[in-house]
Design a protein around this ligand. Structure first.
Ligand code: OSB
Ligand code: MG
Length: 374
């Protein structure tokens, strides 16, 4: 496949409610759509998930878009691509920058699926028609507000609830939810807010029958997570620590965790994600699909991945209306008995909604093959 044209669309859509974590608060989803066009006029779409600030990982929207323009797009437009799997290798000499790589690689996957007249899910060997989903709830101001939100999402049918936690924002909140919902599939995500000195707090969380505690310690703390896992009966799940299959192997061999939150954007795209999913299944590590408050294109890619058989645990892939009043793709993803339907149309199976897109577009840039930016 020969790519001839790329378009970068900078979009910002307001979130229905601010999303607060131990890093800070997000009020909108600020992102880029990467649109590729090949010589047959087939389009492929990727979504850049980097955040405005370098808090969750080192990348920011600004650094990632620069890497995409200066390095990644020239690499895929200079030569013919025979298979989407090739892209991972072409990008491999570039260190890090996983979110930038993922956005472009996923646009290539979409274009290949469309040219083969297959849904992306089927193309990557995913057979599910529906995926089970959960919801991730940000830090709240008091336990009562949190209880109301949990009630609302449980009523809506979400199959699992994840609560953000941080020191002073943990025991009281988890206890309140657990008392009101004794049977709920419940878990906590700390986004690296704790360290070894907080052990007693984490030990207290061990009593609430949580599915797992996600990323309690720092993003490179494989050894400390292994120590913590040896002290707790609750599973540790790693998120920020995991950028590659190598990181998953290290975590597994050290005993740093029993579960992996797998995000396409954080591991550089589909190729690496598929390798990780296979490794987890072979090694009996629980693997599930995480989220980054994706808009419709990123959500569609996540759903294709989560439709694979390795993903039994409900993902952080909620319905469109959990995040946005209106999204930039059609159709919306709608909750159906705690599940989302896996699109069956070609590629990612959703199309850009041009009216909504126009409303929230901040800028657009186009690059023609070997000609440059206009
Ligand atoms: O830690 O999983 C996380 C959102 C942004 C950045 C990091 C995380 C999250 C979430 C939201 O938890 C998951 C979702 O998209 O619903
Ligand atoms: Mg997380």
């Amino acid at each position: 496949m020969h790519f001839q044209k790329a378009k970068l669309i900078h979009v910002e859509i307001p979130l229905i409610a601010p999303f607060k974590t131990s890093y800070g608060e997000l009020k909108s989803k600020d992102f880029y759509i990467i649109e590729l066009m090949n010589a047959d006029g087939i389009y492929g779409y990727g979504e850049l998930e980097a955040f405005p600030l370098p808090d969750y990982t080192e990348e920011t929207l600004e650094t990632a878009i620069k890497i995409i323009k200066q390095h990644l797009l020239p690499l895929i437009t200079q030569k013919k691509i025979h298979f989407p799997e090739e892209v991972h290798g072409i990008f491999n000499w570039i260190q890090g920058n996983e979110m930038a790589k993922s956005a472009v690689e996923l646009a290539v996957w979409d274009a290949f699926a469309k040219s083969e007249k297959s849904s992306l899910a089927r193309m990557i060997g995913a057979n599910k028609d529906f995926i089970s989903v959960g919801v991730s709830i940000g830090l709240q101001n008091n336990p009562n507000d949190l209880l109301q939100l949990v009630e609302q999402y449980v009523q809506a049918g979400y199959q699992r609830v994840k609560l953000k936690v941080a020191p002073n924002h943990d025991i009281q909140y988890i206890k309140a939810v657990r008392e009101k919902f004794p049977k709920l599939s419940l878990m906590a995500d700390a986004n690296s807010a704790y360290n070894r000195e907080d052990f007693l707090l984490l030990k207290e969380l061990d009593q609430f029958d949580l599915e797992m505690i996600e990323q309690p310690f720092g993003t490179k703390d494989f050894v400390d997570h292994a120590w913590l896992q040896s002290q707790l009966k609750t599973r540790i799940c790693l998120d920020e620590n995991i950028r590659s299959l190598g990181d998953v192997r290290q975590a597994h061999l050290l005993g740093s965790c029993q579960a992996i939150n797998l995000k396409l954007a954080r591991v550089g795209g589909m190729c690496e994600a598929l390798r990780i999913a296979e490794y987890c299944a072979e090694n009996k590590l629980l693997v599930w699909c995480g989220g980054m408050l994706e808009a419709g294109i990123g959500r569609a890619h996540n759903i294709a991945l989560a439709a694979r058989s390795e993903f039994e645990f409900p993902g952080d892939i909620s319905a469109s209306n959990r995040y946005f009043h209106e999204d930039i793709v059609s159709p919306d993803f709608v909750l159906d008995k705690g599940r989302l339907r896996v699109p069956t149309d070609n590629g990612i199976g959703v199309t850009l909604n041009s009216d909504v897109l126009k409303k929230y577009t901040k800028s657009t840039e186009e690059m023609l093959l070997n000609i440059g930016w206009s």
